[in-house]
Structure formats: structure tokens, C-alpha cells
Design a protein around this ligand. Sequence first.
Ligand code: 4AD
Ligand code: MG
Length: 463
Amino acid sequence: MKSVYIKDIYRNVEKYADQTVVIEGWIRTLRASKAFGFIEVNDGTFFNNLQVVFEESLANFSEIAKLSISTSVRVEGKLVITPDAKQPFEIKAINITVEGKSSNEYPLQKKRHSFEYLREIAHLRPRSNTFSAVFRIRSLAAFAVHQFFQEKGFVYTHTPIITGSDAEGAGEMFRITTLDPKKPPVDEKGEVDFTKDFFGKETSLTVSGQLQGEAYALAFRNIYTFGPTFRAENSHTARHASEFWMIEPEMAFADLNDNMELAEEMLKYIINYVLENAPEEMDFFNKFVDKGLLDRLKGVVSSDFGRVTYTKAIELLKECKENFEYPVEWGCDLQTEHERYLTEKIFKKPVFVTDYPKDIKAFYMKLNEDGKTVAAMDLLVPGVGEIIGGSQREDKLELLEERMDAMDLDKEEYWWYLELRKYGSTRHSGYGLGFERAIMYLTGMANIRDVVSFPRTPKSADF
Ligand code: 4AD
Ligand code: MG
């Protein structure tokens, strides 16, 4: 007999009621007396476990009664509806076979473990309730992203991971090297020559697919990327990882307003998608991780995001500067505490901050008429802070070159990017959504290490 998925049973109970079914999964809990016992089985297809009752009449009763948590089993039995019990139905076992025993040293015992501890056993934590919920949400949210953009006709563009251009111009790249540290090739002066590494070119892991995305937007009009990006910033915060995933749409014939509209529509779409498709997981987060999460998210999808210019935001923050460790002055980069205050205390909802001073933003952003600010937008959300960074791009060759010179960037390295301004340049805009930050926002999880399967942060690269 073929096994059925526990999810299928939960979603179609009538079909299975009083039928003999087979399930395969792992033991989450087991308690047994002399005459009977209960096993909660989870097969990974669904958040909830399915309870199996087994009795003395089983040939291997005493073996089953002694099994450890996480043993994999195959259970054949009758599905019975139990209207008076805690769980809506259970399986009365006819046969239980053990597929693979688990040792009693299995670390995920029934008690609650701290997230810090679970990070040390990243290979086992997806078997816990919290992490099974996190990573199913992550999968669904990724699908929602694709569905959102595909429904709009955006072309999914695969931008390179190994690249010769620093998309942010911030020098936070991980170098690619094939050099053997024990035998570095040294030149006459005794210096190691790294430039020979990628067939004569120096390359790094990408920090963003934006620049290549712009090239494709100027061919397809609307594109998006969705892939891993890497930042060599040594930030020990709960919101920074060295490797993270980013979604970067780019639209030709679109300005900053079009950009904000798209970002707002996209985020609401993702929220609605997970609320609809993972109600059990979302209830769990609401109860155990972040009380009030569901009400908050439902409020977000049914109201407009706030909008404020950087200049106005600084004025608002200055009025309550006694709340901050870092000073607020026009020209300063907003610190996490400022971002969170704006979105959590002043606006109490997601808010776009626009038109930042040019000196604290990347070289490619379009200069505004005032000559001081650029057409940038960051989306800040309660609980997380910056979740999206984007802008209208500088589409005038001269202005872009001027900006690159002022920032001391080597124009030769960006020759192809500059050419895009020579052959049919047009206004165009895009943004990057940090996927992990989006998952933190959707689940209420407070640390980026807990929304990445095997996180890459300073000091964590064991797995
Ligand atoms: O603001 P950022 O640096 O913008 C860009 O990379 C642009 N090229 C995007 C674009 O316009 N196409 O990064 C975008 C988002 C941030 O808002 C944040 O959510 C996330 O990426 N992010 C990180 N997430 C985790 N760890 C890090 N170290 C991150 N750095 C940025
Ligand atoms: Mg940013």
C-alpha cells in the first residue's frame, strides 16, 4: 500500500475517515503504558502531527513502546474521527514498522530549546516546530515572489554570481581566489598577484544583480532577479548576513513613484499569499513568537504605506532626539534605532523614506533637481527596519560620470554600464528586497540567523 501525506489527510478528512491508510514519518513524541501507547508522527508535509494509537495486540508492541524520538516509522492503520478528543482524528495502528531507529541522544527532546542552541544544530533544527514553520514560509514566500512578477510579465533574469563590477561601489566584496595559500605565486618583488586569478581578471562574489538587471530592463522593459548575494561587511547584528538572497526588480520607463507602487503591491501580495497558504504556521508564530503578528500583517495589507522625505524624517526625529544613542543631523545615515523609531513610533506602519542626501547613497542614483539629494527610497517596516532599498537610476551619461569621478570609482570597470546610457537611455527604476528580512517580517523571528537554513554570518560557517 502506498503511503499518503499527512497534509492530504488533514485537508481531506472525509475521504479518509474509517479507511485503512499508511503514513510514513518521524516520531515527535511517544508515551506508552503496559496496554497501549500514543505516537505523534510528523511526516514533514504538514505543520501538525498525526496521532497514532497502538495497542498490546501489535506483534511488536514492546519494541514500539521503547522507541526514541525521531525514529522513522511506517504506520498502517484505520483513520478514526474523534470529535470528543483534543485532536480531531487519529490512526488506530494495525501495523507499525521501524525504518530507522534514532538514538536516545537525539538532541531535540520535547522540552523547548533556545534559538541560540538550535543554531548549533542547524542540520537538525528544521525538525522542530519553529523551524519547520520558518522554512515552509520561506518556500511559500519565494513562490509568491515569482508568481507576483510572472503574473505581471516581468522576465526572471539570472544575473552572475562571479562578477568584475562592484554594484554598490562600496568595496564590500568577497574576492574570488583559486590560489593555494601554501604556494602563493609571487612576482619578482615578492608580492602575491591576485589579479591573475580569473583568467587574468580580478573578480568577486556579487553584492547585487542590479547593474546587470538594468541592462536587461533596457531590453525587456520589466525584469526581476532572485538570487544569492554576498557582503563582506563584518556586521555582528541580528539583521546582517554575509550571504543573503535578494529580489531585484528593474523597470524601464518608470520613475520613483512607480517603483514605490510596485514595492507596496509586491509586499502586500507576499503577505496575503502566506496568510492564505500557511494558516497553521502563521497561527503558531502569532501564539509563540510574536503576539499580535496576524493583526499587524492584516492591518498592513488593508492600508496604505506611509511616505516621507529624508529631510522631513530628520526634522521629525530631531524633535525626539533624546531617545537616540546616535545623533540625527541632515546628512547623516539613518541608524537602525532611527529607522525603527520612524516606522514603529511615528508612522506605526511601513514607511518609504525618499530623497536621501547624495553623499550617503550609491553612485547610480538619479540626482534630484536640488542638486543635493537623489531619487532614492528605502522601505522601513516595524520590527525589522530597512527591508527594501531602491532608487530611480541616473540615466544621463554625463551626470553619472561626474558622480563616479566624485566618488573615485574607476569608470573603465563600468564601461558596459555606462554604454547603457549611450544607446537609448530612458528613465528607469528598481529596488532590492532583502529576502531574509522579508521572512523576519512575515514570521516575527528576530534574528536573521533563524530564517536562513545554514546561516553565513561572521563566525558561523561550520555547515
Ligand atoms: O540597500 P541595498 O544595499 O540595495 C541594493 O543592493 C540595491 N542594488 C538594490 C536595487 O536597487 N536593486 O540592499 C537591498 C536590501 C536591503 O534593504 C536589505 O533588506 C537587504 O538588501 N540587505 C541585507 N540583508 C541581509 N544582510 C545584509 N548584509 C544585507 N545588506 C542588504
Ligand atoms: Mg540600503
